[in-house]
Design a protein around this ligand. Structure first.
Ligand SMILES: Nc1ncnc2c1ncn2[C@@H]1O[C@H](COP(=O)(O)OP(=O)(O)OP(=O)(O)O)[C@@H](O)[C@H]1O
Ligand SMILES: [Mg+2]
Length: 603
């Protein structure tokens, strides 16, 4: 494969690739709340540490007789206090986690939408969407565990060991020796898990990406009866993810049993050692019981610390995916590429001028040495065989991508000299697929506008494209949501997209095959509309009907990524054999293949 052309970053508004500092994200503006949570966790931890000591005291009281009620109440109070403090801390922390995920989701969506068109396509919808689902969930676990739970379990661990040392340092040494190997094994496992988690998350992203793409092509899949093949292909991908996940689970499953094993070994060693020390009179029975209780309590924070670390590994892998997303260059809508960007069109300049433009998606150029001009007013038609580069020309005017060589001028300034928002604000564009939003008719017509448009204006625009009656007949009229239960036909979608463009007062209107699905009556309406717009503005229309072209003030003929002729219809019929052939062969007007298409090879 050839090296892909990446979007030349118009301007990366979010700055250079940056690290995502989770702790900073968590702490921002909430130091007090976090201090509160820390306080609660300390209370819970202290209570946990105190509990076995109170048990020892209770035993002592039983041996000596008397004072039972005090110690029992203290035990209950300590247990209850620990539970309440723990629950509150967990809830507050989880809330912070959700809020962080909310902010991250918001930022991810904003950044994804702000990506250059080609970068966004290369990344893939499904893969980007996984940031909002699995990756966000994995990242939240860092908040649940990282700032409080993990340090607290480490504090509990150290605190428990200190108390055990105070109770009997010899037994502590025995305990530590028994645990050493177990902790070592688990540490190695936790470190190795990180790579597994990265692989899993990337694979889940890719699986989602393929699934979304499949669902988008459902019509074709069903029409070709490809459900089974496509499902099998997706199942294969799901299996690969599962295999990776199972591998990780095998490693995760080691953590608890290995630590338990360590505890059991320690228990046997402590009972043997402790028994000998009691027999020798070096150790009180109540101290020994308290020590045993602390030993039992040791495993919980140890396990929490170890499995917490493995969860954090998964969170860190997700963090990497967010960082990768934020590192992708965003288009800068507000700023121009040049410092003092001009904001006014040059008087008398054509709407568009291409000068020796070369553009390639991969390595092979799809536009080569393209020179063309679109006058500032009137209708310009662009014709050419499929794949000759017409939509690419419109994409370069819109700056969905930049040329590798040559210059694209819009209203007298280099397209890259315009602040992007200003440039696009001067263009109205109907793409070849007449893309609509899954939204109301109203929002489809007014998308991108800050000031609401009056219903009469919307209805007039719909009337101009012959859609008024069809839309008013929908259950909620202009407020009917398209794409769910109510959808439009191909031609209706095309007309709605045209109505959107006609509502704009942009001085340059770009229409990519706007009449490909229109009947004769609606084609006539389109022509009238285009005439009206063309009276004081520029319309560049990629056309495949001779009626549109014959009628144009200016025609551009494209062939194999080059402009082979420009001029008026009558002149071109005499001077451009390619154009004459397109017209005579009826490539413009009927779906039949022209002689040129048949002899022109794969273009
Ligand atoms: N996103 C893309 N990535 C890679 N190659 C592309 C992409 N879009 C178009 N091409 C290639 O660029 C060439 C020109 O495509 P373009 O869409 O500009 O043709 P067109 O003249 O608009 O064709 P049609 O009349 O069929 O719409 C084609 O060979 C096409 O395969
Ligand atoms: Mg096209």
């Amino acid at each position: 494969m050839s090296a892909p052309v990446t979007d030349k970053p118009v301007l990366n508004t979010e700055g250079a690739p940056e690290r995502l500092f989770i702790l900073r994200e968590i702490f921002r503006g909430r130091r007090l709340l976090l201090a509160g949570i820390l306080g609660l966790s300390l209370i819970a931890t202290a209570a946990t540490l105190v509990l076995p000591w109170t048990v020892g005291k209770l035993l002592q009281a039983i041996q000596l007789g008397g004072g039972l009620a005090e110690w029992t109440w203290l035990m209950v109070a300590v247990g209850l206090g620990s539970a309440i403090a723990n629950a509150l801390a967990t809830y507050l922390l989880s809330r912070i986690g959700h809020q962080m995920v909310w902010r991250l989701r918001e930022r991810s969506m904003r950044h994804s939408i702000g990506l250059g068109l080609r970068t966004a396509r290369q990344e893939g919808t499904g893969n980007l969407a996984t940031r909002l689902t699995a990756d966000a969930a994995a990242l939240k676990s860092i908040v649940d565990i990282g700032p409080i739970q993990l340090p607290m379990s480490l504090v509990t661990l150290v605190g428990t060991m200190v108390i055990m040392g105070v109770l009997d340092w010899v037994l502590l040494v025995i305990t530590l020796a028994a645990f050493l190997v177990a902790v070592g094994v688990v540490a190695v496992v936790v470190i190795a898990l990180r790579r597994k988690y990265v692989a899993i998350q990337n694979q889940v992203g890719s699986l989602t990406e393929h699934f979304v793409a499949t669902m988008e092509a459902l019509t074709v899949i069903k029409a070709c009866r490809a459900e089974r093949t496509v499902s099998a292909e997706l199942a294969g991908r799901a299996e690969r993810v599962a295999r990776c996940e199972i591998g990780a689970s095998a490693m995760e499953a080691l953590i608890v049993p290995v630590i338990n094993l360590g505890q059991q070994i320690a228990l046997v060693a402590v009972i043997l050692g402790g028994g000998a020390r009691i027999a020798g009179g070096d150790l009180e029975l109540s101290t020994f019981v308290a020590f045993l209780l602390y030993l039992f309590q040791l495993t919980a924070p140890l396990m929490m610390a170890m499995s917490g670390m493995s969860t954090i590994q998964a969170g860190l892998a997700a963090r990497k995916r967010f960082e990768d997303l934020f590192a992708l260059p965003a288009e800068g809508l507000d700023a121009g590429a040049a410092g003092d960007a001009p904001r006014l069109p040059v008087a008398g300049a054509p709407a568009v001028r291409f000068e020796k433009v070369r553009f390639a998606y991969g390595e092979e150029p799809v536009l080569n040495q393209v020179d063309l001009t679109v006058p500032a007013t009137g209708l310009t038609a662009m014709v050419g065989l499929s794949g000759s580069g017409k939509s690419t020309v419109l994409g370069l005017v819109e700056r969905f991508m930049d040329p590798q060589e040559g210059r694209v001028e819009v209203f007298g300034h280099g397209a890259d000299q315009w602040p992007l928002a200003d440039l696009r604000g001067r263009l109205a564009y109907v793409d070849q697929g007449a893309t609509l939003l899954r939204d109301t008719v109203r929002n489809n017509l007014t998308i991108g506008r800050e000031i609401p448009v009056a219903d009469e204006d919307l209805l007039r625009a719909l009337r101009d494209v012959g859609l008024e009656e069809e839309i008013t007949r929908l259950p909620d009229g202009l407020d009917t949501v398209l794409g769910g239960n109510h959808d439009l036909s191909g031609g209706q979608r095309q007309r709605l997209a045209l109505a959107r463009a006609s509502l704009s007062d942009a001085p340059l209107v770009l229409l990519d095959e706007p009449s490909s699905q229109l009947d004769t009556l609606n084609e006539l309406r389109l022509r009238r509309l285009v005439d009206e717009i063309g009276r004081d503005r520029a319309v560049l229309v990629v056309a495949h009907r001779i009626s549109t072209v014959r009628h144009a003030d200016h025609v551009i003929v494209m062939d194999g990524g080059q402009v082979t002729a420009e001029g008026r219809h009558d002149d071109l019929m005499r001077t451009s054999p390619m154009y004459a052939e397109l017209v005579h062969g009826q490539a413009l007007g009927t779906p039949e293949k022209t002689t040129a298409a048949l002899t022109g090879g794969d273009r």
